[in-house]
Design a protein around this ligand. Structure first.
Ligand code: FES
Length: 131
């Protein structure tokens, strides 16, 4: 993979992904598909005092999608829901020291799945209406 321009951080998160797995009875759950390639990402969150107390992911996708999932879960852990909601696709790619241009679409999954999980929680607690 390194030959096609992956940063060391992408390789490291791809080879040793953090927060892999599922959470039983999550407070929030987000699932998104990438229309470009058909890959899928799921994010599970536990919320405590308005913060992401625990977060796990399951991804069926390319190496970049796995690195992105790992990084976005690390970035969101212990953040308030509002802070986690403001993490963008670009933030995730930047934290990974960039992705090759042809792989930038893979970074969309991470932030989108995180936001979907937070919205799911907000719908459950009545803060927002279902979309
Ligand atoms: Fe599908 Fe990267 S090629 S998410």
């Amino acid at each position: 993979m390194a030959q096609i321009g992956y940063s060391k951080k992408v390789m490291e998160h791809f080879l040793n992904p953090r927060n892999v797995g599922v959470i039983d009875n999550p407070d929030g759950y987000g699932k998104v598909g990438n229309p470009v390639c058909g890959d899928l990402m799921e994010i599970f969150i536990k919320v405590k005092d308005d913060r992401i107390d625990d977060i796990k992911f399951r991804t069926y996708g390319c190496g970049s999608a796995i690195a992105v999932s790992s990084m976005v879960t690390e970035m969101a852990k212990k953040k308030t829901l509002e802070e986690a909601m403001s993490i963008t696709r670009e933030n995730v790619a930047d934290e990974l020291d960039g992705l090759p241009p042809q792989k930038m679409h893979c970074s969309n999954l991470g932030a989108d799945a995180l936001h979907a999980a937070i919205k799911d929680y907000w719908v459950k607690v009545g803060k927002i209406k279902p979309e």
